[in-house]
Design a protein around this ligand. Structure first.
Ligand code: SAM
Length: 318
């Protein structure tokens, strides 16, 4: 029997951050920042966002993709991807359209989010046909969607026993290399819960890479405003844990059981993109406030932590 949980107002506010992320991604896709044939199934209408927001999302999505491809280049597609706090992320379908569809793709989020995602998948043939088996079927068990190579699981990441149980039910294990994604998720967990989760994952997967995209440098004035804005919306975030620089965050990750970790703020990430790529993106929209983009970029970081020699050379410019 599943536990019947009641969600707090804080949980509801956290769940709503998925709508924001999906709307921002759809807006940027519509403006031509990157291609995503699937995002429009998950959110219908969006208002236009500020150019700085669109540019920020571009760097976030592209940076994640760069490292996802580095991971797949090193270990091939007989691997597992575990997407923590997946929201309405479309990565599974985007990879499915390339030669890089992976062996086992596992997505975890609150049941309120996964049940909506499941509903949208079942309603849209273009999404469903990339998941279903040859008979066009998917299995729904205890509210979770299971198919050959794709699992969408409702669970609270703060509850380690539940995470372990769900991952086991989805066939995750140490037999294959694992890529763990945490895109704007861990910030919503209390530091001890985030640490316990990552420590468990590092121990469970001897060959793995973890990508964490989240805030950094929150100790300064701009960072304090970011924390205040989030808490005004009802999200109590792990502000103190994210007060440090990207390097401090990498150190923290390494101490949780990874062999190595590196991190960059998003300004460094943006500058690492090829010049023609930056020029294309810069031509899409005029920036109203260049200073605001710089501030935003220096308050978000991408961290990469790895276990296993095969992933030791994953780097921004590898
Ligand atoms: C800002 S959204 C990001 C969604 C997706 N990773 C992306 O970048 O598009 C944060 C997601 O983390 C999920 N989340 C936060 N805390 C969680 C928890 N304790 N258990 C499960 N999911 C959680 C939220 O429900 C939400 O879908």
């Amino acid at each position: 029997m599943e536990n019947i949980k009641s969600w707090t107002a804080e949980d509801e506010a956290i769940i709503a951050t998925n709508t924001d992320a999906t709307e921002c991604k759809r807006c940027a896709v519509e403006l031509g920042y990157w291609k995503d044939d699937y995002i429009s199934y998950f959110v219908r209408h969006v208002d236009r966002k500020a150019p700085e927001i669109n540019r920020g999302y571009y760097a976030r999505v592209r940076a994640m993709e760069i490292f996802i491809h580095q991971f797949l280049e090193r270990c091939g597609t007989k691997c597992q991807i575990i997407n923590l706090g997946c929201g309405f992320d479309t990565l599974y379908w985007r990879l499915k359209d390339t030669t890089q569809a992976v062996g086992n793709f596992i997505e975890l989020d609150f049941p309120a989010v996964t049940s909506k995602k499941c509903h949208i998948i079942k309603r849209n043939k273009q999404l469903l046909q990339k998941i279903a088996n040859e008979d066009g079927e998917v299995m729904i068990r205890e509210g979770d969607l299971h198919s050959d190579g794709y699992h969408l699981l409702g669970c609270d990441l703060r509850c380690l026993a539940e995470v372990r149980r769900k991952l086991a039910a989805a066939g995750a294990g140490p037999h294959a290399p694992a890529l763990v994604l945490a895109e704007c998720v861990l910030v919503y967990l209390r530091p001890d819960a985030a640490d316990a989760l990552l420590r468990h994952l590092a121990a469970a997967f001897p060959r793995c890479a973890l990508l964490v995209y989240e805030q950094c440098n929150l100790g300064d004035k701009f960072g304090e405003v970011m924390v205040r804005n989030l808490s005004a919306r009802g999200c109590v975030v792990a502000g103190a844990r994210l007060a440090g620089s990207p390097a401090a965050q990498a150190e923290r990750l390494a101490a949780l059981g990874f062999d190595a970790a590196r991190a960059w703020d998003m300004e460094a990430v943006w500058r690492s993109f090829p010049e023609e790529d930056r020029a294309r993106v810069e031509a899409l929209e005029m920036l109203d406030e260049r200073e605001l983009l710089l501030q935003l970029n220096s308050h978000y970081a991408l961290c990469v932590a790895t276990r296993g020699d095969i992933f030791a050379d994953m780097d921004l410019n590898a």
